[in-house]
Design a binder for this molecule. Structure first.
Ligand SMILES: [Zn+2]
Length: 270
């Protein structure tokens, strides 16, 4: 279904002009999906994010120093200076500082929160995708450290109820859920975007034309596919076609051109 942006843009303008609390209008054009929130897969709190599932070799080096030349390092440092706020690196080894300010605003009519830095770009990206006939459901955005810890506690309790020892339970849980402070969702810059016809947060997303469109065009709007296929040994995370991360337009374009993950980009600053 083709959808005109003309109807959306004035609506955004009106809301901004009237000082209405900014909420993510992406949901306005995914209305059909939004109304079906009783599906378990759509409830972020009930769905520990598989983005946090790590591959079974946690000691694998996160960066490959040989991949970034000195000219690239110069460019990377330049980009970092302008996009510093949106280039925070968080992974299994790098914990987010408690002093980090996520600059949150409500999105999806208050159902979720995300960083204000990505808002305009997200609206543009999903409007353009909508013009191509693709619609989405944002399953997860910002997640607090407390929420992350609660997910871990739930996972441990569940496993212990099924007979696992505490040590076994925590080990298994950490295979699926990132430890508190290590989830990129805590920055407010990460989004799990599912295609409207497929609410499964798994690799089946990559077959969806809507997901293909996002993977191909997201860099134009400042997003990267955070855990790409073939870079698992660098991100230390399995391929996640649904997990998009806002880094800023300049950085996203550069990472795309140079085929760099965020870990490799950061390596260029050393
Ligand atoms: Zn995610």
């Amino acid at each position: 279904m083709k959808r005109s942006k003309k109807a959306i843009v004035p609506l955004l303008g009106v809301l901004a002009a009237e000082g209405v609390i900014v909420f993510l209008l992406t949901c306005a054009w995914t209305g059909a999906i939004m109304s079906g929130e009783n599906t378990a897969a759509m409830t972020p709190s009930a769905t520990p994010d598989r983005q946090d599932r790590t591959i079974s070799t946690p000691e694998t080096a996160l960066v490959d120093n040989t991949a970034v030349s000195s000219a690239e390092k110069k460019e990377i440092k330049k980009i970092y200076k302008t996009d510093k706020k949106t280039l925070a690196l968080v992974n299994k080894k790098k914990k987010l500082k408690t002093s980090y300010h996520s600059s949150l605003i409500p999105i999806c009519q208050g159902r979720l929160q995300a960083s204000e830095y990505l808002y305009d770009s997200l609206v543009r990206m999903l409007a353009d995708a909508g013009d191509e006939g693709y619609q989405y459901f944002i399953a997860s955005a910002y997640r607090s450290r407390e929420k992350q810890q609660a997910l871990i506690n739930d996972g441990v309790r569940k496993r212990m109820r099924h007979g696992a020892s505490y040590d076994e339970a925590i080990e298994k849980t950490y295979e699926e859920i990132m430890p508190a402070g290590h989830s990129e969702h805590e920055t407010g810059l990460a989004l799990d975007i599912l295609c409207s016809g497929n609410m499964h947060m798994d690799v089946s997303q990559k077959e969806e034309p809507g997901n293909r469109w996002l993977r191909k065009h997201c860099y134009k709007y400042g997003f990267i596919l955070r855990y790409p296929k073939g870079k698992e040994h660098i991100t230390n995370t399995t391929y996640e076609p649904w997990h998009f991360r806002y880094v800023g337009e300049r950085a996203a374009k550069y990472m795309r051109e140079q085929n760099l993950t965020l870990e490799e980009f950061w390596d260029g600053m050393e």
